[in-house]
Design a protein around this ligand. Structure first.
Ligand SMILES: NC(=O)c1ccc[n+]([C@@H]2O[C@H](COP(=O)([O-])OP(=O)(O)OC[C@H]3O[C@@H](n4cnc5c(N)ncnc54)[C@H](OP(=O)(O)O)[C@@H]3O)[C@@H](O)[C@H]2O)c1
Length: 251
């Protein structure tokens, strides 16, 4: 049986765990060959790749790359094409979020957030562009907080990077559109991952869960399902959009 992504190749940045791992697993289940990327968690990346190669319809390879740097992004694309022969889908999922009061933000904090959340995705999309065929897909990652009516001050750096990436995504949709490549952004609400749980008390987690109509956090698989839709042929007319996937999260 032919699957929607049979014969396609996808890079998913930051796919050694959490949302990225769920996306890579989902795309492989749809027939894609996937690149598992990580920065430092090699054993986690191996676990995701092993599971896909045991159970997935597509196969997985692993490419370590620090996607906050231009040189590693270029190498990631080169390795993908060298090992898998093509590149159809780029999911720019890797991101970081440190909570800090605006008064305490340093230049190093700023550079780390902008390098990982803005510079890296932009230059990976640039490096991938010459390889992407008609029907190609580029999917950036933002946060539902970028449209929240009130955001706590300690999200300052994080939400500002995500605002930038939404603008980059909209602009690249115009640039790549004539080649029939779509560019969209997925903006999750709170999802139960390491990033979300880091630095939060159980009380804070319960409070945030209760802000959802369903009184729970989202799951990585619920984001992966939306990414899978965007990569499918059925999403050919969805372009330049930011999809807020948050269960109706109210902030
Ligand atoms: N979780 C949420 O509530 C939530 C809500 C809204 C938006 N998002 C967005 O969704 C995306 C994924 O979030 P998550 O919660 O799954 O994050 P996470 O639990 O922190 O996982 C991050 C993943 O990205 C990788 N990574 C981080 N920096 C990297 C770098 N420089 N190069 C290569 N890989 C890197 C990590 O690999 P290593 O372990 O090797 O570092 C890990 O695989 C992010 O863009 C985030 O902003 C998340």
């Amino acid at each position: 049986m032919s699957l929607p992504l049979s014969g396609k190749v996808a890079i998913v940045t930051g796919s050694s765990r959490s949302i990225g791992a769920a996306i890579a697993t989902k795309l492989a289940s749809q027939g894609a060959n996937v690149v598992i990327n990580y920065r430092s968690g090699s054993s986690a990346a191996q676990g995701v790749a092993d599971a896909i190669n045991t159970e997935g319809a597509g196969k997985a390879i692993i490419v370590q790359a620090d996607v906050s740097t231009v040189v590693d992004n270029q190498r990631l694309v080169q390795e993908t094409v060298r090992q898998l022969g093509r590149l159809d889908i780029v999911v720019l999922n890797a991101g970081i979020m440190d909570m800090k009061s605006p008064a305490d933000v340093t230049e190093a904090d700023f550079d780390r957030h902008y390098n990982t959340n803005v510079k890296g995705p932009l230059f990976l999309a640039q490096a991938a562009a010459p390889h992407l065929p008609a029907g190609g897909r580029v999917i950036f990652f933002s946060t539902s907080l970028s449209s929240a009516s009130s955001v706590a001050p300690n999200y300052l750096l994080y939400v500002s990077t995500k605002g930038a990436i939404e603008q980059i995504s909209r602009t690249l949709a115009k640039e790549f559109g004539p080649r029939n490549i779509t560019v969209n952004t997925v903006a999750p609400g709170p999802i139960d991952t390491d990033m979300f749980r880091n630095d939060k008390t159980e009380q804070q987690i319960n409070f945030i869960s209760a802000l959802h109509p369903q009184k729970r956090l989202g799951k990585p698989e619920e984001i992966a399902n939306v990414v899978a839709f965007l990569t499918s042929p059925e999403a050919s007319w969805v372009n330049g959009q930011t999809l807020r996937v948050n269960g109706g999260f109210v902030v």
